[in-house]
Design a protein around this ligand. Sequence first.
Ligand code: TXA
Ligand code: MG
Length: 323
Amino acid sequence: MPPSSENAPDIVAQAVALLRAGQVVGMPTETVYGLAADALRPEAAARIFAAKQRPLFDPLIVHVADREGADACVSEWHPLAETLAAAFWPGPLTLVLPKRDRVPDLVTSGLPLVAVRVPAHPLALALLRAFGGPLAAPSANRFGRVSPTTAAAVREELGDAVPLVLDGGPCAVGLESTIVAFPQGEGRPVLLRAGGVPVEALEKIVGPVSLEKQDKTAAAAPGQLPQHYAPRTPLRLVAGPDAVPAAARARTGLLGWGPLDGTGFARVENLSESGDFTEAATRLFAALRRLDGGHVAEIAAILLPERDLGRAVNDRLRRAAHA
Ligand code: TXA
Ligand code: MG
């Protein structure tokens, strides 16, 4: 499908027609592009798993237009979840809560919990409202690969497996949503995935959040595998440019931020020259894609400070490096 046809005036109506027919549609959000399908129909959700080559043990995030849409999927709200929803929705925060029976087991990988969020993107919200129900949508990449932050990147990842990709421009946040759960008997919310809302921002609203090891148990955080977000080009973490021997630099791409001496490197991707966390998060996946474009044999990546959005960027880099 030519890109020019992808945002015709009736594009949302076209997308709704496909979704009603049980098909998948590429959907922009403020975090990353998602691959959306009717969350209440198992055969539609199954198409997501097929298109992504995603294992069935990895549950899907359910997108809704507003709090009422979430109520239709969630059977019981934790009081702190209500506070967080009021503070951060629409936005890059996903809440894991007890599900209603109407949410199919395929969507939650058999868990009694559903992950829900309201995306802060006008086109996603327009689609959700026009569709009139919840949309399951994982990031629109093949399983384990770098998440797409543009419509073109979705095409690159999934190609003909997706009949329509809505083009909402480059994603403003650029990293997946923060995922928070409220396990029974646990006094505080638990971080399942660092993401677009920094933990510090959550804690300002609800007090201490537990930074439980994100991949400790499959039950606590399914799908959070040690290897993920991986470019095809081998990526390793380095303390700084000097850690790469001069002789190796001509075949190495350097990824970092702040003042960065890229002398001798084949390519340099500076996530933010001024050391701005938000800018770095927005640029991360596009930078990884460029470095994966076939020009370098290896990627050397420098971690950001472990705070604010740096925590989420580092989580992605560590998983990308885990071979
Ligand atoms: O920003 C985002 O969250 C993007 C956009 C498209 O909204 N979506 C996204 O989905 O990142 P995905 O599939 O790449 O990540 C979904 C992850 C799962 O791997 C799992 O860790 C967690 O969300 N998850 C989903 N349902 C869950 C559940 N019922 N219990 C615990 N974790 C769940
Ligand atoms: Mg993903």
